[in-house]
Design a protein around this ligand. Structure first.
Ligand code: BGC
Length: 485
């Protein structure tokens, strides 16, 4: 149990203190040593201002060549855990096990072995946005065949690394991939079939995740005794007008469409939230369609999907005020299906990117919501952080203050709301390629100097302060405490 005295907020014994990264955002080495292209290589190489100043992840932090520098940062922080992702196309260049790229295996073996010999537990994501292009060419996440490909890839990873990796994450943020890649069309593969494609993609992702969990459970768990989950993105939602019944229902709906879409099938009953099913069914009918745009799971599939997570992996960044609003467009769309309008409060400070309104208390409410709704699972906060615009100051006092406030809220969730939070991962270890924002938005605990060919890493103030938190297993003294929430 967490314990509290006047100036000490000590986290439970064994709490996991981590930082996270993802392959495409840090590795570089996009075409060396046999790596195949991913959809992000294709996307960034198209130019056309898809990304800030047409930047790419071709080199990024060059962690493929400079892993030792990253390891130094990890040791400097004193992390107990490090979360990173495997590049599917580095291991299996055409996405299938027909050819295994040994150089890719060697690279990740080194990373994993170095972490373990430094007493840092690896937490490994199998897929973090960078689908092999060869699989995209065969339909990608829109094709049900992906379930099989993902399962084969995952089994290969469990077989190859599972003797040393005990915490696995299948898919990072299926919400973001489906919403931004297939509804808004601003991330690869730039599909904009509104109100349709994102549901198909999410459907396949849920099935792929569930299949992989079962593969682990039946073939590897006994010998490897690890845990497997899926990373879910969610903000918190407050009703715009707390006295409005419609706004209260809208904020609940907002969470169902963001978190429940994936968490209900996996953690509850194998199926989508009732409100999604009924709204999309009714709207599809009024749009002249003979069946719902939301695909259905068969009874067998529901049984297969239900209960396929060994812990809850949550990425939290921000909060919204939500009001009820029916869409004024006639065609199908995700927003029309949701009938919500989101906004932020002018008192909430905004960091980078522009969508990141800082609301530390949102995480506490969300954690309590997850505890109450999803049967009190063990939770790892697998990402949380704040970006700064380039050139970002090393004395990132304001950013550290937000980290501190957020950790305070996590502490309260544990000690006062009795939420079983087992770990916290800062996003990110290093400044890196922030997707469409390129290198303009910096999320790192360590600054990366991209002008210098050696890509030196330098600690921000946040890194130094976070290292103290880790050392003390909590917040101690006025320097790190003193923030009322
Ligand atoms: C993603 C990261 C990303 C971060 C900040 C998360 O949605 O998993 O890859 O860099 O948010 O935008």
């Amino acid at each position: 149990m967490a314990n509290t005295t006047l100036d000490k907020w000590i986290f439970p014994k064994g709490f996991a203190w981590g930082a996270a990264t993802a392959a495409y955002q840090i590795e570089g080495g996009w075409n060396i040593d046999g790596k195949g292209p991913s959809v992000w290589d294709t996307f960034t190489h198209k130019g056309g201002d898809r990304v800030f100043k047409n930047q790419t992840g071709d080199v990024a932090c060059n962690s493929y060549a400079l892993w030792e520098k990253d390891l130094k940062c990890i040791k400097q922080l004193g992390l107990t855990h490090y979360r990173f992702s495997l590049s599917w196309a580095r291991l299996l260049p055409d996405g299938t096990t027909s050819f295994i790229n040994q150089k890719g295996v060697d690279y990740y073996n080194k990373v994993i072995n170095d972490l373990r010999s430094n007493h840092v537990e690896p937490m490994v994501t199998l897929y973090h946005l960078d689908l092999p292009q060869a699989l995209e060419d065969r339909g990608g996440w829109r094709s049900e065949k992906i379930v099989d490909s993902f399962d084969k890839y995952a089994k290969f990873c469990f077989r190859t690394f599972g003797d040393r990796v005990k915490l696995w994450l299948t898919i990072n943020e299926p919400y973001i991939v489906s919403r931004l890649g297939y509804e808004d069309g601003i991330l690869p593969p730039e599909v904009k079939e509104q109100g349709v494609a994102l549901y198909q993609v999410a459907h396949n992702m849920i099935k792929a995740h569930a299949r992989v969990w079962h593969s682990y459970d039946t073939l590897f768990r006994k010998e490897q005794s690890g845990l497997v989950s899926i990373v879910l993105y969610s903000g918190w939602a407050e009703p715009f007008n707390p006295n409005s019944v419609d706004d209260k229902a809208a904020s609940e709906r907002y969470l169902e469409f963001m978190l429940g879409w994936f968490a209900n099938p996996v953690f509850l009953d194998g199926d989508y939230p009732a409100v999604m099913k009924s709204r999309i069914q009714n709207l599809s009918k009024s749009q002249g369609l003979s069946s719902s745009r939301l695909p259905e799971f068969t009874e067998d599939e529901k049984r297969m999907i239900k209960g396929t997570a060994d812990f809850f992996a949550l990425n939290y960044y921000t909060t919204r005020k939500v009001s009820y609003e029916e869409s004024t467009c006639f065609g199908p769309s995700f927003l029309g299906d949701q009938a919500t309008k989101e906004s932020t409060d002018s008192s909430w400070p905004v960091m980078e990117p522009f969508w990141l309104a800082v609301v530390p208390w949102g995480i506490r409410k969300l954690l309590k919501y997850i505890k109450d709704k999803y049967n009190a699972p063990a939770i790892y906060i697998t990402e949380n952080g704040f970006g700064q615009k380039d050139p970002s100051p090393l004395e990132d006092v304001q950013r550290w203050s937000y980290y501190r406030q957020t950790l305070t809220e996590v502490y309260k969730a544990i000690s006062e709301d009795h939420v079983d939070v087992q770990g916290y991962f800062a996003w990110s270890l290093l400044d890196n390629f922030e997707w469409t924002f390129g290198y303009d938005v910096r999320f790192g605990l360590f600054h990366v100097d991209y002008e210098n060919p050696d890509l030196p890493r330098t600690s921000y103030k946040s890194a130094k302060e976070y290292a103290k938190v880790i050392k003390n297993n909590g917040l101690i003294g006025p320097d790190q405490f003193g923030v009322s929430a």
